[in-house]
Write a protein that binds this ligand. Structure first.
Ligand code: IFM
Length: 459
């Protein structure tokens, strides 16, 4: 890192999205139903009854979106592919029209000199597989291998970078333990089965991606948390250890060959998991899961501050910043850029990945166009500024950080919050599908152009 705030020459600046959140066209051109289609169509599951049926209509408007990316100067675009678009039944017959869509998208990106970074699974499972037990059954991991084979055979080295899963912790815990995401199950034993089968799916896909795309890099995207205790009380410290274990180490440890953390095994049994739940881990699974990777993607938004609900444990939110829109986004997620630095440093030095990308980072603010049609999202600008600065400290510490992806390119379907939360650097009018660059997009464009931490927005 040079003294004048510049990033390394080959640092990759990108933006990210996910299939269900932007594509729409939920039942077009032979696409099968996904568990998120089913979930969002179920009354009461999503705020204001929103669905991803149309979303940003990116399925039809991708050329316009590529133009936007070009205008921003993005070097890379991270998107996910919809499994149910490729294999409507989850396995078996391949839907050529689904493959063709991703082919057109990737060719358009390459023509625009934007590197395609693909993620195979960003939470939308074909409903046909969900009906067979979804991630709670081993056969879903095997079906994922079939999907990885089909898509990588088709797109292979045209994709520079393949990630298997996005945030398996969310699929497992939000979808099967808390039940707030698809498929809406609340069962610790099913959640644990799901977590193992997700990781197994990742491990089974890695050699197939390597075979079909020998020049591409292969990795996984995790939302390994940055957990902090709200006080030095024993209860808070233990709560932070538990959160770190369940959300972070349960996934990153096996991927890096350390197996499942035993303290978490004890924690979940204490919470009601069957003592024999680890029987789903068959001989050879841990070796499959720990196949060497080229990179790890880290999604970071905020720290998790742990305060145990224990008698006598007085609330001590002493590390909390003042509650203001500058410090907290509309999801009440705290802006805490140091957490990104601490987390990346920890992952780098503890797990020694070859390379790290920040695969998602951003903040939800709903500020929209003013009477001149401008979107002055100053809190988001400040969020990005602080996190870009945190990456400079991280690079200076010797972390092999190779790129950064803003979440998200577009305002989009924010899962259970529907369209009520906006993470885009580009405003989307969901009535007209008009796109407007926000100030944060102009700020980010300037960062990219200068390849440096900048203070100002370039108009
Ligand atoms: O929108 C999500 C994304 O799909 C996964 N990571 C977190 C984002 C913000 O909630």
């Amino acid at each position: 890192m040079s003294e004048n705030n510049h990033f390394p020459k080959d640092f990759i600046w990108g933006a990210a999205t996910a299939a269900y959140q932007i594509e729409g066209a939920w039942n077009e051109d032979g696409k099968g139903e996904s568990n998120w289609d089913r979930f969002s169509h179920t009354p009461g599951k999503i705020l204001e009854g929103h669905t991803g049926d149309v979303a940003c209509d990116h399925y039809h408007r991708y050329p316009e979106d590529i133009e936007l990316m070009k205008h921003l100067g993005l070097a890379a675009y991270r998107f996910s592919t919809s499994w149910a678009r490729i294999l409507p039944e989850g396995r078996g017959k391949v839907n050529q029209k689904g493959l063709d869509f991703y082919s057109r998208l990737v060719d358009g990106l390459l023509e625009a000199d934007i590197m395609p970074f693909a993620t195979l699974y960003h939470w939308d499972l074909p409903q046909a597989l969900e009906d067979e037990g979804g991630w709670t059954v081993r056969s879903t991991a095997e079906a994922f291998a079939e999907y990885a084979e089909a898509i990588s055979k088709h797109l292979g080295d045209r994709i520079k970078s393949w990630a298997t899963l996005n945030e398996p912790a969310c699929s497992a815990w939000l979808g099967h333990l808390l039940g707030i995401d698809a498929p809406g199950i609340k069962d610790i034993n099913k959640a644990l089965l799901a977590s193992h089968h997700l990781l197994l799916a990742h491990g089974l896909a890695v050699p197939l991606l390597r075979k079909n795309a020998p020049k591409a890099e292969v990795g996984i995207v995790l939302n390994t948390s940055w957990a902090e205790a709200a006080s030095n009380s024993r209860a808070d410290l233990d709560d932070a250890r538990k959160g770190d274990g369940l959300w972070g180490r349960w996934f990153i440890d096996p991927v890096f060959g350390r197996g499942y953390p035993q303290d978490v095994v004890r924690d979940v049994i204490a919470q009601g998991a069957k003592p024999d739940f680890m029987d789903c881990v068959k001989p050879g699974d841990l070796a499959t899961i720990s196949a060497p990777l080229d990179f790890i993607g880290i999604n970071y938004y905020t720290r998790n501050l742990h305060r145990a609900a224990e008698e006598g444990n007085e609330p001590q939110e002493r590390f909390r910043a003042e509650k203001s829109p500058e410090n907290f986004s509309e999801l009440e997620w705290e802006k805490y850029a140091d957490g990104l630095h601490f987390l990346l440093t920890r992952v780098a030095f503890e797990y020694q990945p070859r390379k790290i990308y920040v695969t998602e980072n951003g903040a939800s603010y709903s500020i929209g166009p003013d009477e001149d049609g401008r979107v002055h999202d100053k809190y988001r600008v400040s969020y990005y500024r602080d996190h870009v600065a945190a990456m400079q400290r991280t690079l200076a510490a010797g972390v092999p950080l190779a790129g950064y992806f803003a979440w998200s390119l577009l305002d989009n379907f924010e899962w259970r919050s529907g369209y009520t939360q906006r993470f885009g650097i580009v405003w989307v009018d969901f009535e007209t599908q008009e796109r407007t660059l926000k100030d944060s997009a102009l700020y980010y464009r300037n960062v990219i152009k200068k390849n440096a931490l900048v203070e100002e927005i370039e108009q």
